[in-house]
Write a protein that binds this ligand. Structure first.
Ligand SMILES: [Zn+2]
Length: 249
């Protein structure tokens, strides 16, 4: 594993003309959004919960949908604020050298911090989508229906099943979104993977695209990742501390 210092990696950020960043759950934990696969992750502690949230179970079982809606209603998302890492990335975008901010997160906190070049690989929990007709609406239009007593609110257009506009297990990523992320990875001369365990594909594969096209790879994550051996720098420091130093903001 590389022993590159934060200061040296920061020089690479200062010199790079085109930087693509991939963020994962570790960027939002300081905002009170739990991660799923870390040591204290939701699914690490309760593997059965991961099985529950497959698209097939969601479509087949009204009880799964009721549980999912109850969780959305009480999600920490609705009170979460962007943290130092989100703000550092939004500030860095103003340098004009951020090619794209690709995120596995569905919490919308990058946009809340002011980031504009966001590619949401796994969709957004701030919208609901109909699994039958494709209608989309802000989640804030659906949550009041739960408050009013609907445990599994159907689509108002067609009566179909509604779900958060996120990618669940068993659902394909949006092809256009994935293409845009892959292009941003290939265009970058520096690719940074921040707060992601790089264990989920195709998100993790963006590192391969970037490296294959000659980019430097910087990994910032508390836990080891499968890409630590190919990374030019691996930084274990807390993300909220290290990002402002790394990005020079
Ligand atoms: Zn519908």
């Amino acid at each position: 594993m590389s022993t590159t210092s934060v200061a040296e990696a920061a020089r690479w950020f200062a010199e790079a003309a085109s930087i693509t960043v991939l963020t994962g759950a570790g960027v939002s934990t300081d905002s009170g959004i739990p991660d799923f696969r870390g040591p204290q992750g939701v699914w690490t502690r309760n593997p059965a919960a991961e099985k529950l949230f497959t698209i097939d179970n969601y479509l087949a079982d009204p009880e799964v949908r009721r549980q999912a809606w109850a969780a959305r209603r009480t999600s920490p998302l609705w009170t979460a604020e962007p943290n130092a890492a989100h703000r550092a990335l939004a500030d860095f975008e103003r340098t004009g050298r951020l090619r794209a901010l690709v995120t596995q997160n569905t919490d919308g906190l990058h946009q809340a911090a002011g980031s504009g070049r966001v590619i949401e690989l796994h969709g957004t929990a701030r919208e609901a989508a109909c699994l039958d007709c494709g209608a989309r609406m802000p989640m804030t239009e659906v949550l009041p229906r739960l408050e009013a007593g609907e445990a599994d609110p159907p689509c108002l257009e067609c009566g179909g099943i509604l779900k958060s506009a996120t990618i669940s297990f068993g659902q394909q990523l949006d092809g256009d979104v994935l293409d845009a992320a892959a292009e941003a990875a290939r265009d970058a001369d520096l690719f940074a993977a921040i707060g992601t365990s790089l264990g989920v594909y195709p998100a993790a594969g963006l590192c391969d695209y970037a490296v294959a096209h000659g980019a430097r790879l910087v990994v910032v994550n508390a836990e080891p990742t499968p890409y630590d051996d190919v990374a030019d720098a691996v930084l274990r420091e807390p993300i909220g501390d290290v990002l402002p130093r790394l990005l020079g903001v």
